[in-house]
Design a protein around this ligand. Structure first.
Ligand SMILES: Cc1ncc(COP(=O)(O)O)c(C=O)c1O
Length: 349
C-alpha cells in the first residue's frame, strides 16, 4: 500500500468487476470510485487545477468557482482544502444532499440553483448564468469550466484510457457515459490513436439533449445535459445508447443484489452496455464499461423504494422473470423481493 501526503495522490486505477456471471458477455466494469473524492471526477479536477496553476491563472488570491452536479464539486472541494484555495460550487436541486454536506465539510461555499434558466437552458443553463455573474462581479473568481476545459478530457486521455488499453489489449468495445463528455472524449481520442479498432459507444440518459434528443425530466445526477456540450465531437463516437432512468434504477438494484452498490450513472452505463451487447455481441467481443462512482450518495434516491415509486411508478421495482430465474439459479433458492418500507425503530418485545 502506498504512503501518501495529499489525498489526490491515491486513486485505485486497476480495479475491474467481471460482469460475465450477470450478463453472459465479456463485460468488465472499470471502477473509478475508490479515491478520497469518491469518483472519477478527481482526475478532471486535479488536471484542471494543475493546468491553471501552471499557466498562472490560479494564484493564492483566486476563488475557484465551478458548476457541478456533485462529484466534481466534491473533488474540487477536497483539492481546494488541501491546497488552501477558496472554492464556490454552483449546483442545483438534483445535487445529492450528502455531496452537498461533503463539500461544506471541506469548507467550500455551495450555491444551489432551484429554477431553470429563463432562456430554455434548463438547470444547467441557470447554473452557468450564475457562474458568469460571479465572475463578472469580482475578478478573483476563476471558473475552471469543466464543459470547455481541455484539461478535463486530457485527464482521461492520460490516465483512464491507457489504463484500460494496458489491462485489455484485446478490447473491442468501450462504453462510456456522457456528462461533460470529458471521459468520453479523452478515452475516445486515445483509443482512436491505437493501431487496433476499438468501438466507442456513448451512453446517455433519455431526456438529455447532448446527442440531439428531446429535452425531458432527468432526476439522477451525473449523466446528460440540458444544453449541447461543446466538448463533444461526435465523429469519435461509433454508437449511442439512450437509457431511461427507470432502467438505470433497475440495473443499480440488480448490481446491488450481487453485493455491488454503485451510483446512478453506473446503472445507466451498465444498462446501456447490456442492451448494446444483447443486440451486437455473438459472444466474441471483449467490452469495458466505466463506472464513475459508488452508491452511498444515492441512498435517498436510487435505493429508496418510496422515492423510486413516487417518481417512476410501482412497476420499476418488479423483477422480470428471466432475471429472477437467473438469480434463483445463482443462489439456489428464491430471493425475497424487497419490501417497500424502510427499517424503523426496533419494536419492543
Ligand atoms: C456520477 C457521474 N457520472 C458520470 C459523470 C460524467 O462524466 P463526464 O463529465 O466526464 O462526462 C459525472 C460527471 O460529473 C458524474 O459525476
Amino acid at each position: 500500500m502506498p504512503i501518501i501526503t495529499d489525498p489526490q495522490e491515491f486513486n485505485q486505477e486497476e480495479l475491474y468487476i467481471d460482469l460475465r456471471p450477470m450478463c453472459g458477455h465479456s463485460l468488465f466494469l472499470k471502477v473509478e470510485g475508490f479515491n478520497f473524492a469518491g469518483s472519477i471526477k478527481l482526475k478532471a479536477a486535479a488536471e484542471m487545477v494543475r493546468a491553471a496553476e501552471r499557466d498562472g491563472s490560479l494564484t493564492p488570491d483566486s476563488i475557484l468557482v465551478e458548476s457541478s452536479s456533485g462529484n466534481l464539486g466534491v473533488a474540487l472541494s477536497m483539492l481546494a482544502a488541501n491546497k488552501g484555495y477558496r472554492f464556490v460550487c454552483v449546483t442545483d436541486s438534483r445535487c445529492n444532499p450528502a455531496a452537498l454536506r461533503l463539500m461544506e465539510s471541506f469548507d467550500a461555499e455551495v450555491h444551489v440553483i432551484t429554477e431553470p434558466a429563463a432562456n430554455g437552458g434548463g438547470r444547467l443553463g441557470a447554473r452557468l448564468d450564475h457562474v458568469r455573474g460571479l465572475c463578472a462581479s469580482d475578478d478573483r473568481y476563476l471558473w475552471l469550466n469543466q464543459y470547455g476545459n481541455p484539461a478535463n478530457p486530457r485527464a482521461h486521455y492520460r490516465t483512464t484510457a491507457p489504463a484500460i488499453a494496458r489491462r485489455f489489449p484485446e478490447l473491442d468495445v468501450l462504453f462510456i457515459g456522457a456528462g461533460t463528455c470529458g471521459t468520453l472524449m479523452g478515452c475516445a481520442r486515445y483509443m482512436h490513436e491505437l493501431r487496433r479498432p476499438v468501438k466507442i459507444v456513448a451512453v446517455d440518459t433519455v431526456g438529455s439533449v447532448t446527442f440531439g434528443g428531446p429535452s425531458g425530466r432527468r432526476l439522477i445526477p451525473g449523466l446528460g445535459a440540458g444544453v449541447r456540450v461543446p466538448q463533444l465531437d461526435e465523429s469519435y463516437v461509433d454508437d449511442l445508447v439512450m437509457v431511461p432512468e427507470a432502467k438505470t434504477i433497475r440495473t443499480c438494484r440488480r448490481l446491488a443484489r450481487r453485493g455491488f452498490l454503485f451510483g446512478g450513472s453506473t446503472g445507466t452505463v451498465v444498462s446501456g452496455a447490456l442492451d448494446w451487447l444483447a443486440r451486437n455481441d455473438a459472444g466474441d467481443l471483449t467490452a469495458v464499461a466505466v463506472s464513475p462512482d459508488l452508491g452511498e450518495h444515492y441512498m435517498e434516491t436510487v435505493y429508496t423504494d418510496e422515492w423510486v415509486q413516487e417518481h417512476y411508478g410501482e412497476g420499476v421495482l418488479a423483477r422480470d422473470e428471466p432475471e429472477a430465474a437467473a438469480e434463483r439459479d445463482r443462489v439456489g433458492r428464491p430471493r425475497r423481493a424487497r419490501r417497500g418500507r424502510r427499517l424503523g425503530a426496533i419494536p419492543a418485545r
